[in-house]
Design a protein around this ligand. Structure first.
Ligand SMILES: NC(=O)c1ccc[n+]([C@@H]2O[C@H](COP(=O)([O-])OP(=O)(O)OC[C@H]3O[C@@H](n4cnc5c(N)ncnc54)[C@H](OP(=O)(O)O)[C@@H]3O)[C@@H](O)[C@H]2O)c1
Length: 331
């Protein structure tokens, strides 16, 4: 098999020939058809992620065909078309992941390879309406957006939601899911082109978060949103506290721009805001996300498709985030 291996940070991943994988007890081997990039992969190559232990095959998202079932695995999985839930050992609680939780693609070898070994518990049938590239784009971003919006954010169809940095992989899913749920969805972006794309996907409107007082413009046009989904944090977070509707909720699943410089607790308690964290999702969230995608016949937005051997170039492009949606690797 071939695998793209991280041997050291700040270096390109190396395409290496490796011995064929053998399925251990409770595990399966999946021959991958496609994988997808997440910002996590970029952070890891830059040394900006905890617990980096090279050599490791990166990649949390993948779709393919089960080629081998280990001891104790239901043989019905053999030859089935599957996608992989990248949340490993979530545990029994719906509120939070267990201490043993980890994500496929560090420390366990991931999907930037022709084959991957995973516990059979991570397998889910590939949605029939999705092609391989779309299916591979779905898992990590899809489950993160689903939990942030619905499980943690409690979004209702008669509510409004603001999704910040809509060009991001997770944010694009959040927009699609919010629109499909019937909510009033608004977005921010640093790019007017991405705001236009978002409106093609059903956003009511959008604002450039790099301009001063963009939130006042939104407050004028739409009022404060009931829910804000954010993965940027940073100094821009102050505007979200000002903008949120009284009694509103702000769900964070990332902090791309670092911690907020100033957190105005007066706004938090006076407006009775709920500041909520969200990470990936439980197996229940994953199954619910898949049902939702199937029921609404949604397809992930694929920004671009590149061959596995060109993944380094694609990862490097994430530095300036030109993409709208997911970057997929064809295997
Ligand atoms: N907790 C979890 O489970 C989890 C899961 C997935 C991702 N994450 C984290 O969430 C973040 C996004 O991940 P992703 O994979 O969706 O990344 P991505 O596809 O690389 O998204 C990058 C986008 O972030 C937006 N952005 C950057 N700086 C911003 C700012 N100051 N304000 C608002 N938006 C900003 C930009 O949107 P525009 O181009 O529209 O300006 C950019 O396109 C990362 O920090 C990632 O580590 C966490």
């Amino acid at each position: 098999m071939k695998a793209l291996v991280l041997n050291a940070t700040h270096q390109p991943l190396a395409l290496e020939e490796r011995p064929a994988l053998e399925a251990g007890p409770g595990e399966v081997i999946v021959e991958l058809k496609a994988a997808a990039l997440n910002r996590r992969d970029f952070w890891i190559t830059q040394g900006m992620y905890p617990g980096i232990k090279p050599p490791v095959v990166l990649g949390s998202d993948g779709a393919g065909i089960v080629s081998q079932c280990g001891e104790g695995v239901d043989r019905n999985w053999q030859d089935r078309e599957v996608i992989l839930n990248p949340s490993l050992e979530w545990g029994d609680s719906q509120a939070v992941q267990s201490q043993a939780f980890s994500i496929l693609g560090l420390p366990r070898d991931g999907t930037f390879a022709t084959a991957v070994s995973v516990p059979a518990s991570q397998l889910f049938e590939k949605p029939a309406h999705l092609g391989w590239q779309e299916a591979a784009a779905l898992p990590l971003g899809g489950v993160t957006a689903y939990r942030a919006l619905f499980t943690q954010g409690q979004l209702q169809s008669d509510q409004s939601v603001l999704i910040t940095g809509v060009g991001g992989g997770v944010a694009t899913f959040a927009l699609q899911f919010a629109v499909a749920a019937g909510a009033d969805a608004w977005v921010t972006s640093s790019s007017s082109k991405k705001i236009e794309r978002a409106m093609e996907f059903g956003a009511r409107g959008g604002f450039d978060y790099t301009t001063d007082n963009w939130w006042k413009e939104m407050a004028k046009q739409a009022g404060g949103p009931d829910l804000i989904i954010d993965s940027a944090g940073g100094d821009g977070y102050a505007a979200l506290l000002s903008l949120a509707a009284p009694g509103g909720r702000i769900v964070n699943y990332g902090a791309t721009a670092g911690p907020p410089g100033k957190l105005d607790l007066f706004k938090v308690f006076w407006k009775q805001l709920h500041l909520v964290g969200s990470t990936m999702g439980s197996p229940r969230d994953f199954a619910a996300m898949l049902s939702f995608v199937q029921e609404k016949q949604l397809a992930p937005v694929v920004d671009s498709v590149v061959p596995l051997a060109e993944a380094n170039h694609a990862l490097d492009s994430m530095r300036s985030s030109p993409q709208f949606g997911k970057i997929v690797l064809e295997i």
